[in-house]
Design a protein around this ligand. Structure first.
Ligand code: HEC
Length: 153
């Protein structure tokens, strides 16, 4: 390809990138935030599933445990910020109770965050029994929010 053609291709690619950015969905549309928070939660589900696989002895590789625990803690940290007004409706399993009883929701979130911190400590111990105990408490804390604040899935 000649030098000039190369420049042309680069310029065209840049123009296309700018167009696709400007036609993207408006930022922070409720439906995008809903998808975003569901993906954060899917992440939590994935990380706890991997911790459980190690606790159950299905997998003996422990190298990712700390990262899994940390990711859950980080995900929960973000999660409280993902319920702005306007995201009550649409394709969500969040119950209206979250907006009606925000204090209760925040309490359930804080409990789960504390359990996630304990899990970080437990994974650092590398002791499966300790991690198993922390897993039970963490799982319970997930349910402590899902039961009152999420539709039955
Ligand atoms: C403070 C409340 C709260 C806590 C704590 C919580 N969740 Fe959730 N979770 C929700 C809500 C609300 C939804 C539904 C979100 C939506 O549909 O908009 C949800 C959805 C989910 C989903 C389904 C995501 C999807 O749409 O595919 C999974 C999986 C999940 N949570 C896992 C977990 C795990 C694992 C934990 C514990 C480590 C946890 N959650 C802790 C409130 C919570």
């Amino acid at each position: 390809m000649g030098l000039q053609n190369k420049y042309l291709v680069t310029i065209l690619a840049t123009i296309l990138a700018i167009i696709s950015l400007s036609t993207a969905y408006a930022a922070d549309e409720p439906e995008n935030i809903i998808k975003f928070r569901q993906t954060v939660m899917k992440g939590n589900g994935a990380h706890i599933t991997n911790i459980a696989a190690v606790v159950k002895g299905q997998v003996t590789i422990t190298a990712n445990l700390v990262a899994d625990a940390q990711a859950i803690a980080d995900g929960l940290e973000t999660f409280g910020k993902l319920f702005p007004p306007g995201t009550e409706g649409g394709k969500t399993n969040a119950l209206a109770k979250i907006w009606d009883d925000r204090a209760g929701f925040d309490k359930a979130l804080a409990d789960a965050q504390a359990a996630a911190q304990s899990m970080i400590g437990a994974t650092a111990s590398n002791d499966i029994a300790t991690i198993g105990k922390a897993l039970g408490a963490l799982g319970k804390s997930c349910g402590g929010c899902h039961k009152p604040y999420r539709k039955k899935m």
